[in-house]
Design a protein around this ligand. Sequence first.
Ligand code: FES
Length: 110
Amino acid sequence: MAEQAPTFVTVCRMDELPPGNRMVVEIGRKWIVIFNVNGEFHAIEDLCSHDEVALSEGTLIDDYTIECSAHGACFDIRTGAVKAPPANVPVRRFGTRVVDGEVQVTARPV
Ligand code: FES
C-alpha cells in the first residue's frame, strides 16, 4: 500500500523567521519548535524526552545541536536524535518546506 503524502501546515512567512531565529507553534495539540539555520528550516517537538521541558528554551550550541536548558541533554534538530545524555530517547521531528514564501511544517512527525 502506498504511503500517504504528509499534510503540511503553514506556520509563518519566511521573513517572520529570519536566520538564527526560532519559533514555537501549536499544531494538533503538539508544540513544535522551528529553527532557521542559515536559511534551512528544521522542526522538532518542543518537548525534551528526558523530563518534558521545552527545548525552545535551550541553547543551540552549534548549528544543529540544541542543548536542553534543564539538564543539558543535546539533540540534533535535523533528525531529533540524542547527541548527549541524560536523554536517551529521540524527540519527534517534523518535515518542513517553503512554498511561495511561506514556511510549512508537517502536521505529523516524519
Ligand atoms: S528535561 Fe531536558 S535534559 Fe532533562
